[in-house]
Design a binder for this molecule. Structure first.
Ligand code: NAP
Length: 510
């Protein structure tokens, strides 16, 4: 009886919500086949795939005033990719212009600009615009998308390619707002803040800090590096590409061989995350020798020994991080930060150190990404609610209850061992095939079945529970010790095959 009464009022609420959605659909300014959110590597890859498939009716909405995504945001000094550049290019668009093996951020932006030009993506870009609301209109089988410039769009398919590392995370340290000088986050770098001859504090010692610290150290009067947890550091096998290398890279068989070499080398490195493997023993020995060689001071060396298992947090590849810490003008501070004062930082031992500039290299808020995506699926289901206890999807791509919505680099697709582009490309092909299937079969929508998504995630979490990544705090997790929501635990080939061979029965069409 109660159920019946509740059912009626639920029914009425649903009808009211559906009427509101229908009214919004009426008011849409433009209709597109596809709307892509985010103009980073994955959004760009999707846009290119659509154009190559002859689908021209799409727009890419991007909050920043330029193309690049993470490479637009992360323009701190020293920003570089940490996988070999031959693997950090699309398989269909090799880049013979890389100037060094680990390409710097501006080179990557230039590569992205080249791809956008070559594949005619420019006219599809809508820069400096945010999506404020995206709601699936069940009656019309389309997404209704509101932008902050007041425009309303309607699209059959919605591709969400914001990436896991798009929201900077500021540390929760009392008094942070009270600091008198400039306060920077590495992911929103302000190149207008002068550093020359100043006293600078860097909070955080992850991959970003390991690139920033050596890049700024030589120009500073004093650098305080605040380390909460020491990280594993491996040598960076960098080298400059000379004219002869670049000439060879123009030969397709040579470029393919170099790419294949790095692909297999990094896949082999994935074994380094499993106990007892030769690759792991090799990485441990290399990291220990690197620390020994680069940090002669035994006291400093001990403070740089990681307390967690190798690979638990993202590994750092650097030849200049340790030497930058050993400079006389650099102080490694390992006491916990108690508070920020207008003048500087106070540590748990009560000591205050004065600084002119405060830099937070404190990473990204992955756990609350869903809150930043105002997405409503079937039956009024909010993505933020569906992901309350941590994001999940089917192989990071589709979420049950959210038809025609495709994530690129979605939950559990980050990799600790190789190029993220190797994951983006199969995801893009998967999304394109799904879109084409909807069209071919004359349907309005496609969605992953709830049971398929659950089964995938149960198996994934069981596998992650016994893995190296379960042993420490990192951005791979939901909160400090929650589920691992960001990382794919397997080899690349395994992930690619799962997407390429996805059984049609895993999906529902309407
Ligand atoms: P991160 O790995 O999350 O590191 C954040 C750092 O800030 C950690 O050392 C963390 O300490 C520290 N921290 C956070 N809150 C703190 C607090 N309240 N007090 C003191 N310390 C605090 O972030 P990231 O270095 O920006 O790197 C994120 C990811 O971006 C990387 O893992 C990588 O995937 C990617 N990335 C890639 C590249 C590249 O390809 N070149 C470069 C940079 C970043 P704890 O360890 O104790 O939490």
């Amino acid at each position: 009886m109660h159920g019946g009464v509740g059912g009626d009022s639920d029914e009425a609420a649903r009808a009211k919500a559906a009427a509101a959605v229908a009214a919004r659909a009426e008011a849409a300014d433009r209709t597109h086949e596809v709307v892509i959110l985010g103009a980073g590597m994955s959004g760009l890859c999707m846009a290119i795939a659509l154009r190559r498939a002859g689908i021209d009716d799409f727009v890419v909405i991007e909050k920043s005033p330029g193309l690049g995504g993470t490479w637009w945001d992360n323009r701190y000094p020293g920003a570089q990719v940490d996988v070999p550049a031959p693997l950090y290019s699309f398989s269909f668009e090799p880049n013979p212009r890389w100037r060094q093996r680990f390409a710097a951020a501006p080179e990557i932006q230039a590569y992205m600009a080249h791809c956008a030009r070559k594949y005619g993506i420019g006219p599809h870009l809508r820069l400096g615009r945010r999506i404020t609301e995206a709601t699936f209109d069940e009656a019309g089988g389309r997404w209704l998308i509101d932008c902050d410039d007041g425009q309303r769009l309607r699209a059959r398919h919605f591709v969400c390619s914001t990436g896991p590392l798009s929201q900077p995370r500021w540390p929760e340290i009392p008094g942070l707002q009270a600091f008198d000088g400039p306060r920077l986050h590495t992911a929103r770098w302000d190149a207008g803040v002068p550093l020359q001859g100043r006293r600078v504090a860097v909070i955080g010692t992850g991959s970003t800090a390991a690139q920033l610290v050596p890049a700024i150290a030589p120009q500073l009067a004093h650098l305080g590096v605040y380390q909460r947890t020491a990280n594993w550091v491996l040598p960076r096998l960098d080298r400059r590409y000379r004219a002869a290398d670049r000439a060879l890279a123009r030969l397709p068989p040579y470029a393919a061989a170099v790419r294949a070499f790095w692909y297999h080398a990094l896949e082999w490195g994935r074994r380094g995350f499993d106990e007892g493997r030769l690759a792991r023993r090799g990485m441990l020995a290399t990291a220990a020798a690197h620390l020994e060689r680069q940090v002669p001071d035994p006291v400093l060396r001990e403070r740089l020994r990681p307390p967690h298992a190798l690979g638990c947090k993202r590994l750092i590849y650097s030849n200049d991080y340790y030497p930058a810490l050993a400079r006389p003008q650099t102080e490694l501070v390992t006491e916990a930060i108690e508070r920020v004062t207008p003048r500087g930082l106070v540590t748990a031992d009560g000591r205050e150190r004065p600084y002119d500039v405060l830099v937070c290299a404190t990473g990204f808020d992955v756990a609350h990404l869903a809150q930043a995506l105002p997405v409503t699926g079937r039956g009024g289901r909010r993505l933020a609610n569906a992901w309350r206890d941590g994001a999940q999807a089917w192989h990071g791509t589709m979420v049950a209850g959210f038809p025609n919505l495709y994530f690129l680099l979605g939950p559990n697709t980050a990799t600790g061992h190789t190029s993220t582009l190797l994951y983006i490309e199969p995801e893009v092909r998967f999304a394109l095939r799904a879109m084409q299937r909807v069209q071919r079969e004359g349907r309005r929508w496609i969605e992953v079945r709830d049971a398929a998504m659950r089964e995938h995630n149960q198996a994934l979490q069981a596998r992650l529970a016994g893995s190296v990544w379960a042993g420490c705090r990192s951005w791979y997790r939901q909160g400090d010790d929650g589920r691992i929501v960001a990382l794919w635990p397997g080899f690349t080939g395994e992930y690619v095959r799962a997407l390429e061979r996805a059984d049609g029965a895993l999906f529902e069409l309407g």
